[in-house]
Each structure stands twice: as structure tokens, then as C-alpha cells.
Design a protein around this ligand. Structure first.
Ligand code: NAD
Length: 254
């Protein structure tokens, strides 16, 4: 029997990149997957791929920055499917202004915790994995710096602040719900080859600069983040909570 057989999982930002890899990885382990994304079409496409793997899927159009909508989506999942075992709090953006970035990357993750953890606590068990970033552990770098590029600096500052916030929320919620059987962990990926960094990669020397930040000598793949997220959500990680784990090809080891 697969380790997630009968478990109900909810993945935000499941239409692309890391979220899509998480949805497919959970499906391969036998979980039912609610594939949620602000983009209804890509949510639907991931749900179809989950079903092709023989797992149950629900497509869900959700803006994680909308508190009422997050509450409704998580409550409805528990109501319709009977449980909520796993939340992958993954949706995120980069290169946006302060308000958009913090509303999606930080408030969105908070709303997920706010409404999922009590549902899981009532069950006596559950696991949340928040996707932070190496930008949740330190500042980001750019050739030539940021001082002459205020718009870029706004995007980067809001990203770094929001991801540091995700690491803080992870620790606070792990402590708040630890005795209720709910584990909360974060992953801090290095640069992963997904659409969110496409613009950076397209800049001259963009790929070479980003690649060189990783001692392992390459960018990561979404499946390499999903594998660790699925481990953290599994019973194999039953004594792991409150951590912010780099999955970064050695980026933070330098
Ligand atoms: N790719 C990287 O280098 C990298 C590194 C560190 C952390 N991350 C984080 O990983 C997470 C996933 O990013 P990715 O690399 O898969 O990028 P991606 O752009 O491929 O996927 C992000 C998904 O989130 C969705 N989304 C955006 N705003 C949303 C909202 N308000 N509500 C719901 N869904 C929304 C998008 O539609 C998209 O499907 C993000 O939180 C990102 O910050 C990515």
C-alpha cells in the first residue's frame, strides 16, 4: 500500500512548476489531490494528469490572497472529502510590487495555516509544508547590485521579506499545533527551473549567474523539491516539525 493511500491533500499553485510536481508526486503515492491554482485551466490540467496516474483529483480555482476563498476551499475539502491530511502551501510570485508579493507569498501562506491547522487538529493529525526559499534565510544577490534599479529592489525586497515571514510562520504554527498532532515545516529551495525564474534566466548571463550560486553546479528541478515536501508530509517525518529545510544544491552552504 502506498504511503498516502486514502489521504486527502491540497496543493496551492498546483498548475505549474513545484506545485504541479507535488500534485503528481502525491498522486503517485496514492493520495487524493485537490489541485488548486489561481489559473483554473492549469489547475484542471494538473488534475487531469493526477487522474491519469490513477489517483482521485479535484480541480480548484483559488486565489490564495483571498482569505474568505481560502477558508471556503479548505472547509469544503474537509466537508466533501471527509478529511484534510496534507496542505502544500506552495503558491507564490516573484518580481511583483510590495503589496502583491506580500499578499500572495505571506498572507496567502498564513491563511492556509489559519484554516487548515484547526481542521487537522480536530482530526488529531495533519501536516503542512510551506514553500519558502533560500530568500527566507538570507538576502538575494544580483550582478551590479540593486541601488540603481529601485523597481527590481522592490520586487526582491518584498520577496525576501515575505519568505522570511514564511519561515517565521512555520516555526510559530509548529509550536502552536505540535501537541495537536499537526506538523508544520518549510522548504527553502534554491533556484529551480520553473516559469517563475524564466525572466531571470532570459537575461544575458542569467542562467550562468544563477547556476554558479549552487555548488552542485546546476539549477534544481521541481521534482527534487516535491520529493522532499512529500517526505516532510509523510509519516516517515513524524518527529520533524518547525524546520526550514534548504533544498538548494548547496546554495546556503557557501
Ligand atoms: N523556482 C524557483 O527558483 C523557486 C525558488 C524558491 C522558492 N520558490 C517558490 O516555490 C513556489 C512555487 O513556485 P514555482 O517555481 O513552481 O513557480 P511557477 O510560477 O511555476 O508556479 C507558481 C504557481 O502559483 C500560481 N499562483 C500565483 N499566484 C497565485 C495565487 N494568488 N493564488 C493561487 N495560485 C497562485 C501560479 O498560477 C503558478 O501556477 C513559490 O512560492 C516560489 O516562491 C521557487
Amino acid at each position: 500500500m502506498s504511503s498516502f493511500e486514502g489521504r486527502i491533500s491540497f496543493v496551492t499553485g498546483a498548475g505549474s512548476g513545484i506545485g504541479q510536481a507535488m500534485a503528481l508526486g502525491l498522486a503517485a503515492e496514492g493520495a487524493t489531490v485537490v489541485c488548486s491554482d489561481i489559473n483554473a485551466q492549469t489547475a484542471q490540467a494538473t488534475a487531469a494528469r493526477v487522474e491519469e496516474l490513477g489517483a482521485n483529483a479535484v480541480a480548484n480555482a483559488l486565489d490564495t490572497a483571498d482569505e474568505d476563498a481560502v477558508k471556503e476551499a479548505l472547509t469544503k475539502t474537509q466537508r466533501d472529502l471527509g478529511r484534510l491530511d496534507v496542505l502544500m502551501n506552495n503558491a507564490g510570485v516573484a518580481g511583483r510590487d510590495w503589496n502583491a508579493t506580500t499578499e500572495i507569498n505571506l498572507s496567502g501562506v498564513y491563511y492556509g495555516l489559519l484554516y487548515a491547522c484547526p481542521i487537522m487538529a480536530a482530526q488529531g493529525k495533519g501536516a503542512v509544508v510551506n514553500i519558502a526559499s533560500v530568500a527566507g534565510l538570507g538576502a538575494l544577490m544580483r550582478p551590479g547590485g540593486y541601488a540603481d534599479h529601485p523597481a527590481v529592489l522592490e520586487g526582491v525586497s518584498s520577496y525576501v521579506a515575505s519568505k522570511h515571514g514564511v519561515v517565521g510562520l512555520t516555526k510559530q504554527y509548529a509550536i502552536a499545533f505540535g501537541e495537536k498532532g499537526v506538523r508544520v515545516n518549510a522548504i527553502c529551495p534554491g533556484y529551480i527551473d520553473t516559469p517563475i525564474i524564466a525572466e531571470r534566466l532570459a537575461q544575458s548571463n542569467g542562467r550562468a549567474f544563477l547556476t554558479d550560486l549552487h555548488p552542485i553546479g546546476r539549477l534544481g528541478q521541481p521534482e527534487e523539491v516535491a520529493a522532499v515536501a512529500i517526505f516532510l508530509a509523510s509519516d516517515a517525518a513524524s518527529f520533524v516539525t518547525g524546520i526550514a529545510m534548504p533544498v538548494d544544491g548547496g546554495y546556503t552552504a557557501r
